[in-house]
Design a protein around this ligand. Structure first.
Ligand code: TXA
Ligand code: MG
Length: 310
């Protein structure tokens, strides 16, 4: 673990540092150095086709990197920043193609964490940061998770446990539409409400972005199988025949709490359970809530799971 000053010096000198945010920990590098950006990809073993989010510390800073700051972007930013919302907007040439995987748009987010906000302000340069986990694996919601993931290879700035616990809502503004590419704490209804309060009449809908590999299947995976099953019988049968496991070698991830609480400790539970059990299962029932923040939770659970049984 390192101090805020050490983090500042390391980032200034083009190194990567794990930083806290309110969603999950990020693996950060300054955006004006391709050398620094390349270190993110090599450390994470992340393919270059997966674009990075640029973390800014003010609306003024965000505007410096896009050619299209319109009323819709302004309303969303003013209502939800700093906070768990990433706005995907057309980029300008200050944004390295390494960040955007060659796309013409860039994801911008102002994270709500005092330490990280202060780092960005002192550097006066935004920080590109994907979640601080190996590519495809569970995101970290504590500093210790990052240490466990990279075995001391990455300096970590400890800012406590992430209060939201799952990644930001990613939203694209395309022509006269708002698309939610990745659900999160800020929901479709939150966005619709804020836009209509501000007399912006624009359609908001969900859309799996073809250019958002965070949306690929098999993301967020824990190190043991996660199985979602609608029946106990099919679960036991699958465990026995496919995984050669008995039920008592496995653990149930229970969804019987509030969405906020569940999201906050979801990744920590997946990591802890992976240490002590051979598989993790979820029992899916027809009465479970799948809206609001639960939609984002189920999105992550489905992508983290290796099997879905009926
Ligand atoms: O909460 C978060 O968003 C965390 C913290 C660290 O800020 N970051 C995060 O980054 O989750 P990452 O790299 O794990 O996920 C970023 C995702 C990409 O996989 C992609 O789905 C989407 O954001 N994204 C980024 N730039 C995009 C773009 N130009 N167009 C479409 N999607 C984009
Ligand atoms: Mg990620």
């Amino acid at each position: 673990m390192i101090s805020e000053n050490e983090a500042f010096e390391l980032l200034k000198q083009n190194n990567v540092v794990a930083i806290p945010t309110e969603t999950v920990y990020g693996l950060a590098a300054r955006i004006d150095s391709d050398d620094a950006l390349k270190k993110i990809f090599s450390t994470k073993k992340r393919p270059f086709f997966d674009p990075l989010i640029v973390h800014i510390g003010s609306i003024e800073m965000a505007k410096k990197y896009t050619t299209h700051w319109n009323d819709c972007a302004d309303v969303l930013a003013k209502n939800f920043w700093p906070g768990p919302l990433t706005l995907v907007l057309p980029k300008n040439d200050k944004v390295s193609p390494l960040i955007t995987a060659g796309l013409s748009s860039v994801g911008l987010r102002w994270p709500q964490h005092p330490v990280t906000e202060s780092l960005i302000h002192k550097l006066t340069v935004p920080l590109a940061a994907p979640s601080a986990n190996l590519f495809g694996r569970t995101s970290p919601s504590t500093a210790q998770h990052v240490v466990d993931e990279f075995k001391n290879e990455v300096p970590v700035l400890d800012g406590g446990s992430c209060v939201i616990g799952i990644e930001s809502t990613v939203v694209g503004i395309e022509d006269n539409n708002v698309y939610i590419y990745r659900p999160g704490k800020i929901t479709l209804q939150d966005i619709q409400r804020v836009l209509s309060e501000n007399k912006i009449h624009i359609k908001v809908s969900s859309k799996a972005s073809s250019v958002a590999p965070g949306q690929l299947e098999n993301h967020y995976q824990p190190s043991v199988p996660l199985i979602i099953s609608q029946s106990m019988d099919s679960l036991k049968n699958y465990l026995h025949t496919e995984l050669k496991l008995a039920l008592n070698q496995c653990v149930e991830l229970k969804l019987d709490t509030s969405a906020d609480l569940f999201a906050r400790q979801m990744y920590a539970q997946l990591r802890d359970f992976s240490k002590d059990f051979k598989a993790i299962y979820i029992i899916e029932t027809p009465d479970q809530n799948k809206s609001g923040l639960w939609q984002a939770i189920w999105d992550r659970l489905h992508k983290a799971s290796s099997q879905h049984l009926v």
